[in-house]
Design a protein around this ligand. Sequence first.
Ligand code: LLP
Length: 486
Amino acid sequence: MASIQPVPGWLRAPDDANALAPSVWPSSAHRDHDGRLVVGGVSAAELAERFGTPLYVVDESDARARAARMLAAFEAAAASVGTSVTVYYAGKAFLSGAIVRWVTEAGLGVDVCTGGELAVALAAGADPARIGFHGNNKSVAEIERAVEAGVGTIVIDSEIEIDRVADAAARAGRVQGVRLRVNSGVHASTHEFLATAHEDQKFGVTLERAVEIGTRIRGFDSLDLVGLHCHIGSQIFDSAGFAESAERLLVAHAELARLAPLPELNLGGGFGIAYPSADEPAPIEQIALGIATAVADGCRDHGVPVPKLAFEPGRAIIGPAGVTLYTVGTVKPVPLDGGPWRHYVSVDGGMSDNIRTALYGADYTVRLAGRVSDETPSLVRVAGKHCESGDIVVDADYLPHDVGPGDLVAVAATGAYCWSLANNYNHVPRRPVVAVRDGMARVIVHGETEDDLLSRDAELAASGSSIETESPERSDTSDAAGGAPA
Ligand code: LLP
């Protein structure tokens, strides 16, 4: 988390401020003989030249490999306790047609939580039966759309939703698979978790009422209760919180399973990644095994069969596959009390393309992307161009002392919750996303132009105002045909 101290306790001055820690960067990331960062076989300099900056870059092979590894890890863990598993990609992390294709081709389902996400998943050809639909306040229209599309499961988040989903399914003449979202009272974040008796938050029903509400769901002919669901938080580094949550959920699961078959247990997502290299999440295989073992032990204690398992990872699949490229505009040294100097490195994006630092105090890693330098590492804070002092992209890291205007820099692990949380603060157009693979680059999400923003202004659009923009994002369309792996 961003620190109020000048330098966070975990941050160490690197021996080499050009080094790319493998845990933080996409697996293909390396430097070419000119010292330029290369991702997916394409140099950052070429990407910046062709598409402009800021630029979201996603390493397609890396994302596909992480999806496949996630599935393999959970399949092996489930098999070790005699059950099976479904892994849904949590689209909220970053959803686009290309991403849906990558994850479904890897064998994952898709978890959506709005009509918009559902529309993307369906348009991209995801099998509706392998879509899970979440949300604490789904509209009746969204529920109807999901039912009509044949979505495999709808997660019932509150008592009020039971009738809404049951009625929509009855009207459509369907029996709708549903899960019931339950608060286990476990809050997990990074490597700590807190277990409380009650959860003071908007999602789900209380554990105490899960059996009663589950039984009510079972009273509807148009609903099929497939299992309970729980999601305990984000950026979780080990299995302890999941195991505690599973143990608690299994009390209600076992009671419901004794009344009628309850085939599944969904323990959500939240598997953590390294943002700075000081983050050390346990390998996903270890976490998966820890969870599966806890579920199997709990089921044995309660005398019920081990259910099929389901999970919904987002960040751990797409987060480390993404980097953002920026161009440095200004550098300002600021003396710190009794400590080193901090260099404010201002880049051409900011909280409109990555709001996580401002919103959650998230930490990130930054490196020079267009060259290397032998200069001594200097403490930097990468700031954006927005009119707000909290507009920080990287709270604290080190860059070579000679970082200056015109330098290309890359911020690592921006694949999740950056583009999906992008906004137009200060009328900054949202930037394109480019997928790189085997030396080729293609736009997978177009950027906006200032004209796009003006066209949404009813007054200005009516008067036909337009401006000439020379922003390089315009080139993203023409370059989209530039060829790329299918
Ligand atoms: N399933 C459910 C029900 C969720 O609410 C979430 C995330 C996930 C799965 C996926 O979690 P993941 O594996 O991606 O951690 N904007 C925040 C994260 C919000 C997560 C919301 N729910 C951030 O940027 O850190």
